[in-house]
Design a protein around this ligand. Sequence first.
Ligand code: BDR
Ligand code: CA
Length: 315
Amino acid sequence: MGAQKIIIDTDPGQDDAVAILLALASPVEIEVLGITAVAGNVPLSLTEKNARIVCELAGRPDIPVYAGCDRPLKRKLVTAEHVHGKTGLDGPELPEPKIKLQEKHGVDFIIDTILQEPKNTISLCPLGPLTNIASAILKQPKIVSRIKKIVLMGGAYFEVGNITPAAEFNIFVDPDAAKIVFEAGIDMVVMPLDVTHKALVTEKRNEAFRQLKSPVGIAVAEMTDFFERFDKEKYGSSAAPLHDPCVTAYLIDPKIFSGKNINVEIETKSELTLGMTVADWWGVTDRKANTFFVGDLDSDKFFSLLTERLGRLPI
Ligand code: BDR
Ligand code: CA
């Protein structure tokens, strides 16, 4: 089997950065055709720049980076500088990127790539709000039947919410986009907080990144030091979750993860529970399953894969 062709849709974000690095460190399993940035953790002007910084850090200036949507479909943008810092990538000192931003809009890159490549060969990996993906579906519905699968980070069931008591950040920021994506009928794998809250970066695990003694290993350790302080305070724990790399790790070794095929619906109307992923984990409705909803992972395997792969960069 050749490498899986993917487009990473992202709002970096330190954990997005680690997810991208993991993909770029794994060319046997993953071929990154391009990265599309979306507004989320910080505004678009920063997420697209951060995506370029990360490609350079990985030694992959050849990866094309596109700017996508700068705001959710119908709502005002909510950002998360309180978690990720002012730049979105606070922590390490990283140079200004030399890579140029591509001229094409990210949504058009998604559409054109899916139409050009053979049917069922392209997977999408959204790591932020789903605005770009939903916009692509709205603009060119023909792509729906051509997408191989979507593996995304978003939502929660047992862990409920992190940005509101009921909603996870990525889904909350653009619930209207999430509804379109979840209802499109595309094969979907979802990494909710239920699993990412078990991917905990302990001090020992972060030290393993630092001990790689490479620019990538040190930068990842510093990114993690920075953005995890928020979750450690919030959850009162000594380790904090690393969300987005669960998506790229799944592509490399799905056996690390376990979950169930279930129905998930997105709340778009209620003020109190806006952006909630209403997950029928126990099968109490007859609503058709539309996602493989991941609930658990082997965290030791996950972190040893991550550390070993980061150690390969730059390739
Ligand atoms: C998600 O929100 C962002 O802050 C992270 O990058 C991750 O994608 C976790 O809720
Ligand atoms: Ca993200």
